[in-house]
Design a protein around this ligand. Structure first.
Ligand code: PRP
Length: 216
């Protein structure tokens, strides 16, 4: 397995396209860096799973771009399924996980690759791994594009990591803030004024921690 690339937040690698400049302060990881890194990750996965049929389980919604690029580079027989999980179910507070779609394929005795866009506090992967292990797969490995180790709460690590990133609010390439910015082709850092304003609108009278924005 190849070591992940470590990214520091400044100086940024490229200028933000004018359309996004008011909201996104810098390009943390450019499109071509992402593409190159994913090809290496796909090579590592293909080697580790040679001669096995893989079930790729991808977490909705943030993996949309990463998953598409990862599996088109994976020259292995595979089947694909999704689990819907979100920290923002209707009427819930940040941090409370809600499952919006369950797995449909049987994974018992199978090789599973669990894909997520970002490993942040680890609450999502920890919970999903618990659910999957109960289904008795032969082996589960985890693959994330981004690892923000500084914010970890649960003891969980990914087997394949694209980039180690600092504790900054990243959007783009599938990652959102309030469902926006998923379509940016790069990983960018959101201007703090965007999420500070939103937090204040949501819960002006509450301590920040009670209204914290989970990454992703
Ligand atoms: C985001 C992201 C990860 C999770 C990581 O999902 O896609 O799944 O948070 O955070 P954690 O390590 O702190 O659990 P989110 O619930 O925001 O849903 P989304 O995928 O639809 O953006």
């Amino acid at each position: 397995m190849t070591a992940p690339t470590t990214i520091v937040s400044a100086p940024y690698v490229a200028r933000v396209p004018p359309r996004w400049r008011n909201e996104v302060e810098g390009v943390l990881i450019a499109e071509d860096q992402i593409a190159r890194r994913i090809r290496v990750m796909a090579g590592d996965i293909a080697r580790d799973y040679a001669n096995r049929e893989l079930i790729v389980v991808s977490l909705l919604n943030g993996t949309v771009m990463f998953l598409a690029d990862l599996i088109r580079n994976l020259s292995l027989p595979l089947r694909l399924d999704f689990i819907g999980v979100s920290s923002y179910g209707a009427g819930t507070e940040s941090g409370e996980l809600v499952f919006t779609k369950e797995l449909r394929l049987g994974v018992r005795g199978r090789d599973v690759l669990l894909v997520d866009d970002i490993l942040d506090t680890g609450k999502t992967l920890f919970r999903v791994l618990g659910k999957l292990r109960a289904l008795r797969p032969r082996r589960i490995k985890t693959c994330v594009l981004l690892n923000k180790a500084a914010r970890r709460v649960e003891a969980v690590e990914a087997d394949y990591v694209g980039f180690e990133i600092p504790d900054v609010f990243v959007v783009g390439y599938g990652l959102d803030f309030a469902e926006r910015y998923r379509n940016l082709p790069f990983v960018g850092v959101l201007h703090p004024h965007v999420y500070k304003r939103a937090r204040q609108r949501r819960c002006p009278d509450r301590p920040r921690s009670a209204c914290g924005q989970r990454q992703g």
